[in-house]
Write a protein that binds this ligand. Sequence first.
Ligand SMILES: Cc1cc2nc3c(=O)[nH]c(=O)nc-3n(C[C@H](O)[C@H](O)[C@H](O)COP(=O)(O)O)c2cc1C
Length: 377
Amino acid sequence: MSFFQQPITLGRLQVPNRVWLAPLAGVSDVPFRRICQELGAGLTYVEMLSAVAIQYRNKRTLDMCRRHDQEPVLGVQVTGPSAELVAQAIRYLADFPFDTVDINMGCSVRKVVASGSGSGILSEPERISATAAAAREACACPLTVKTRLGMTRRSISIEDTAQRIARAGVDGFVIHGRTRDERYGAPADRHGIRRGIEAARQAAPGPLVTVGNGDLFDWQAAQTMRDETGCDAVMISRGALGNPWIFRDILSGATRHPTLAEWGDVVLRHLDYQESHYGDTELAAITMRKHLLWYIKGFPFNKVLGEQVGHINRIEEGRGYVRAYLREWPGDLPRFEGACRTDARLGVNSKYDPKWDMHRQHDRGVGGVDGGRAVAG
Ligand SMILES: Cc1cc2nc3c(=O)[nH]c(=O)nc-3n(C[C@H](O)[C@H](O)[C@H](O)COP(=O)(O)O)c2cc1C
């Protein structure tokens, strides 16, 4: 059994493997999570929820808390401007069917940070300790924190943050190897992640699961993350967009780009899940556009298809375009690259920002706040 295939214990939760899907605002909804789970993701998360929105019982936020009965293991992520609000949100969410809770201390979106949520907390070390302690007290299930290396390169604070979080007795800790102001402009810094992991392990009173995140676009990157940081698990973000096969690849330790037939099977299933979750609505189609644009990367003559799927207003329209494309090409045609790459010859484009493929109004994750509900990135 490979390292990533091994089960791992997070608090009292048994997670079946060590390749997890990150909380992704505007992306990690029920349909996408189900696809990733079917392709091997050991743990998936609901999109980041704002503690303020939960306080106001915001309807769209509460809608995001739905769990499909086929979902095996599911976490939720919360962010908030104060320890009290985060703890209150966690207590409220105790009645929802989540297996684990994560506190977001890393979101870099300007308005989120300005309101004191996300990575806004990183400039207030005492609030990191207070929030982790209050969350620990409020949370009856396994608790983790996801954070970054610091606010800027000149103020890397990951060791201090890690110690504060570990001392609060959390069960796990995810580190995205960038600072707040780097966004995607610099490659993920695995040395920084290692420093955080070592500091956390030294400070933790009990077992602590450490998770590496950043620039994981294929199984080799996951292996390097493990080797260079000593993390216990990896969390996949942009690498899963249009490429949910990444979970299967990391678990098996080999890249096997899907054939067109395998691809079609997954894309059509995703369209079905989208329709059954959101109904036969325009919103279902609009929020599916970005996934279709990500899925078509790596197949020949996809420009016209991109134009078509980028404008669908009904799920059935999307099905029609995908089926027509499947009829045009042989089923054993292999995809020549995964997602988030500019070109097979140039390799991974770690500066790629998916928000440019997302819908300004309908997709969370493109920045800004909506009805008191923070959107992440
Ligand atoms: C569309 C999008 C939405 C995101 N939403 C969240 C979120 O809700 N919570 C969170 O902790 N991180 C969020 N992130 C950040 C990622 O989880 C991850 O930390 C970051 O992209 C670095 O990993 P990568 O280089 O492998 O993409 C989001 C990223 C993207 C691209």
